[in-house]
Design a protein around this ligand. Structure first.
Ligand SMILES: *Cc1c(COP(=O)(O)O)cnc(C)c1O
Length: 393
């Protein structure tokens, strides 16, 4: 498998904010080019009919993709990473692990597309599943003899509810189930699920890894050799691989990931203060806002809260007017880019959920998700505050 991390080299001595820049060492690039070239060739010469070189065909492996995969594996401190054409392609490929008759436990509040996969594809494939509003309350009794895995997202999109990864992993392993964590909101910079006992980490790299709203990609990371062999086989068979060009864009985007997220964390703290004080805002959602217990879990398992906050507005607030009054921040789905974006999850990112399921996880029509960018924090805050002022008129 051409996806082993660079751990054997001196890079595992480097700090994370060095690894994002130096994780693809220029000294390994042809001609010593500081940025890696993009190998667009779909196919490679064989020496003779029995001898192929290190690369054969683009779907199977490609030098640029291999560099991106090694980089993501290195950042996670894991031996194996696999690159995909989207976060959903990565998640769907992990789900190939399940067979008819298997049972999967999942947190109820997950990405809308993942929810759609459960309710549509799992039913079609005769895979059983149960959604849990609070996986922190999971007990032995929730595991069935055919429970194959626990899937979770923490902090959850868009409620920012927090799940104790180590606790879930301990329980799951007792019942021979694997734990899959969608770590898109935190990234390997702020949270390392494998170190907490998870078996598989999935990413939408379209968000913080890419970081510039100009790339669609996903990753699976694992330290388990047997799982890695499965994923490698699925990846090559299903073919939803990350393209050479997107692999390059990812490598470039990742170089500033820790820098971006540090700035975004600072901006979130500033903007949150203004939101809390604003009369149009009913409540603020951030990792740990739900309960003291979740706050303690977040503090224990992650290095910070990331850069997404959600807020519920008061009943008399005209949300249409709020969005229309924004002068700099844009109304759009997606998150994790350098630009500040707001959206309404109930009708935008989470529309695959039926209304009653949305209500159960606490996503109402008055909830706004806010992905805070790297712009000047006073500019972001001024824009949001003036639009909230307008929404009360
Ligand atoms: C966006 C997102 C996905 C899906 O990723 P795509 O790259 O859009 O396919 C999955 N999980 C989370 C938490 C996301 O935010």
């Amino acid at each position: 498998m051409g996806c082993r991390s660079n751990n054997q080299e001196n890079q595992d001595k480097l700090q994370f904010d060095s690894l994002v820049v130096q994780g693809v060492p220029a000294r390994h690039n042809e001609y010593g080019s500081i940025m890696p070239p993009i190998f667009l060739s779909s196919t490679y010469r064989f020496e003779d009919i029995n001898t192929q070189g290190p690369y054969e065909y683009v779907r199977t492996q490609n030098p640029t993709r291999e560099k991106a995969e090694k980089l993501v594996a290195t950042l996670e401190g894991a031996p194996y990473a696999f690159g995909f054409s989207s976060g959903m392609a990565a998640i769907a490929t992990v789900f190939e692990y399940f067979k008819p008759g298997d049972h999967v436990i999942s947190s109820a509040n997950i990405y809308g597309g993942t929810y759609r996969y459960f309710t549509d594809f799992f039913s079609k494939k005769q895979i059983d599943y149960n959604f849990y509003n609070d996986l922190n309350q999971l007990t032995d009794a929730d595991f069935l003899p055919n429970t194959k895995a626990v899937f979770l997202e923490t902090p959850a999109n868009p409620t920012l509810r927090v799940i104790d990864i180590a606790k879930v992993a301990q329980l799951a392993h007792k019942h021979h189930a694997i734990v899959i964590v969608d770590n898109t909101f935190m990234t390997s910079y702020l949270q390392k699920p494998l170190d907490l006992g998870a078996d598989v980490v999935a990413y939408s790299a379209t968000k913080y890894y890419g970081g510039h709203a100009d790339l669609c990609a996903g990753f699976i990371v694992t330290a388990d050799k047997a799982l890695a062999e499965e994923f490698n086989f699925y990846q090559n068979t299903l073919g939803s691989t990350i393209s050479p060009f997107d692999s390059y864009t990812l490598i470039r985007g990742v170089k500033t990931m820790s820098l971006r997220m540090d700035r975004q964390k600072e901006n979130v703290a500033y903007v949150s203060e203004a939101l809390l004080k604003h009369p149009a805002v009913k409540s603020l959602y951030f990792p740990g806002s739900y309960s003291a217990e979740e706050a303690a879990i977040q503090a224990k398992q992650a290095k910070g809260n990331g850069a997404v906050v959600s807020f519920a507005v008061q009943p008399d607030v005209d949300l249409g007017k709020f969005f229309a009054s924004l002068k700099m921040v844009d109304l759009a789905v997606s998150l994790g880019g350098v630009e500040s974006l707001v959206c309404r999850p109930s009708t935008m990112t989470h529309e695959p959920y039926p209304k009653d399921a949305l209500k159960k996880i606490g996503v109402h029509d008055n909830l706004v998700r806010f992905s805070v960018g790297i712009e000047n924090k006073q500019d972001i805050t001024r824009d949001i505050v003036q639009a909230l002022d307008q929404s009360l008129q």
